[in-house]
Each structure stands twice: as structure tokens, then as C-alpha cells.
Design a protein around this ligand. Structure first.
Ligand SMILES: Nc1ncnc2c1ncn2[C@@H]1O[C@H](COP(=O)(O)OP(=O)(O)O)[C@@H](O)[C@H]1O
Ligand SMILES: [Mg+2]
Length: 252
């Protein structure tokens, strides 16, 4: 079997007495759409922060695409294709949809295309930004100001901004936060479709269990810093321990 895109070994993190990761071992294979679920405070965001590099682990190792990234800063990981989005909306409201994606595309291209003429570069950036916008389903709204988009479309735009860096692996922390149920299904279907195209592998944190179980290939359940269940939706859905940790919460 080929080695996993992302490999986590013995990952441990505590804030005082609160353990948010207890010797977590997890492999993420390319092309597998994974959802990380768990009650509030389970350690989901902390886990993503350690993967992106915004938080350092107390112990453990993170290997991405064959390289040890455990001690690499955020920008070095982004440069390698290990990216994340945030729990809060992060778009430039005064810029158009196109401009919001054009900027990160430019930054990304600057590294790759020093040798092309300015005109050729401009066309390439435009084409790439449009390609990403089409991918998330915003290709028909390029000239609209980001502030004029619905909340759901702003979150889609965020995914497009993250996609502009051409990530190999993209963590999305609650991409449907603040969305209505229709918008939620919509954005997750877009993510499922992009995932199926194969160039980016998605790992998402999501609360809507119907969506999680219908759209993920794999579900990882975190509870107080432990992985208590890991498998296909059909298995996780029936797991007694998972049900117990959600008792008293409305999610299942
Ligand atoms: N910077 C921090 N300082 C202290 N405690 C933190 C910090 N970040 C997270 N925590 C604690 O770690 C636990 C897990 O948090 P988090 O990873 O955000 O959970 P989740 O995303 O699963 O809801 C919570 O109890 C939270 O209060
Ligand atoms: Mg969180």
C-alpha cells in the first residue's frame, strides 16, 4: 500500500489539565473525504491547529507527503500543500468574488511562474481564479462584491480562496457554521464533488450528522482528546461509545 498523504503519530496536547489530544495516531489517505466529529471541546479545532502549524504539539510527529512537518511553520506547510480554513468567515467584503480569489492565486503563481511575461501571467492567473470559482459553483458571480453574497456563498468563497493555493490536503473547520440546512447540504455537495475530482483531499469538522454520514467516506470521532471511533459512516453510526458520548446533545 502507498504511504498516507498525512500521518500523525503519538500526537499529544494539553492546556493545563485539559487534554485535547492523547497520543493520537491517524493516517489520512489521498482522496478519502474524512469528517472529524465529536462533542464541543473534544479537541477538533486544536487538532486542525496542530496540523496547520498554528499550534505546536506537546509530543508526537506529523508527516505530510513524505516529509516531517512537525516543527515547520504555517507558511512552509501551506507551500507544501497542507492548508486549512477557519471557523469564522474570512473574506474581503469590499472586493469582488473574483478579486478575493485572484489575490491568493497571484501569490501562489508568483512562486511558480517567474519566467512568464506579465501578460501571459495575467491570463494564467485569471484562468486559474475562474477555474477555482467554477469548481465551487461561484463562476457566475465573479463581479459581485463579497459582502453582497449570502452567508452560504461567502463560505463557498472561503473554500475557493483556500483552493487557490492548490492544496493537496485541505482542513475545513466547520465550513457550514451559521448556514441554514439547505445551504449546508449545498456546500457539502460541492465539497464532495471537488473531492471526487481528486486533486485535493478534504478533512472537515462538521456538526450536522445527516450530512456527515451521507457524504463522508470516513468518520473519525474525537472525545476529550481520544479517537473513540474511526471508520466508514455505516460503522460509526452504530457505535455504542459514539452514541454515549453524544447523549444529552441533540446532534444524533
Ligand atoms: N488556547 C487555549 N488555551 C486553553 N485552553 C484551550 C485553548 N484552546 C483550546 N482549549 C481547550 O481545549 C479543549 C478543546 O478545544 P477545541 O479543540 O477548540 O474543541 P472543539 O473544536 O472540538 O470544540 C476545550 O476544553 C478548550 O477550552
Ligand atoms: Mg472547534
Amino acid at each position: 500500500m502507498s504511504s498516507p498523504l498525512l500521518q500523525v503519530k503519538g500526537l499529544t496536547k494539553a492546556f493545563g489539565k485539559v487534554v485535547t489530544a492523547r497520543e493520537i495516531d491517524l493516517d489520512f489517505e489521498a482522496g478519502v473525504l474524512t469528517s472529524i466529529i465529536g462533542p464541543n471541546g473534544a479537541g477538533k479545532s486544536t487538532f486542525i491547529n496542530m496540523m496547520s502549524g498554528s499550534l505546536s504539539a506537546d509530543a508526537g510527529a506529523i508527516t505530510f507527503d513524505g516529509h516531517d512537518v512537525t516543527r515547520l511553520p504555517i507558511h512552509a506547510r501551506v507551500g507544501m500543500g497542507l492548508c486549512r480554513s477557519f471557523q469564522v468567515v474570512n473574506v474581503f467584503p469590499g472586493l469582488t468574488v473574483f478579486e478575493n480569489v485572484e489575490i491568493p492565486t497571484l501569490v501562489n503563481r508568483r512562486r511558480a511562474a517567474r519566467f512568464f511575461s506579465p501578460r501571459a501571467k495575467e491570463t494564467q492567473v485569471r484562468d486559474q481564479a475562474l477555474e477555482v470559482l467554477n469548481l465551487v459553483g461561484l463562476g457566475h458571480r465573479t463581479e459581485v462584491k463579497a459582502s453582497e453574497l449570502s452567508h452560504g456563498d461567502q463560505r463557498l468563497l472561503e473554500v475557493a480562496i483556500a483552493m487557490a493555493a492548490r492544496p493537496k490536503l485541505l482542513f475545513l473547520d466547520e465550513p457550514t457554521a451559521g448556514m441554514n440546512p439547505v445551504e449546508r447540504v449545498d456546500i457539502l455537495k460541492h465539497i464532495r464533488r471537488i473531492s471526487n475530482q481528486g486533486s485535493t483531499t478534504f478533512v472537515i469538522v462538521e456538526h450536522d450528522m445527516d450530512i456527515v454520514f451521507s457524504l463522508s467516506d470516513r468518520v473519525v470521532v474525537l472525545h476529550r482528546g481520544d479517537v473513540i471511533c474511526d471508520g466508514p459512516p455505516s460503522v460509526v453510526q452504530c457505535d455504542e461509545q459514539v452514541r454515549e458520548c453524544y447523549l444529552g446533545q441533540e446532534v444524533m
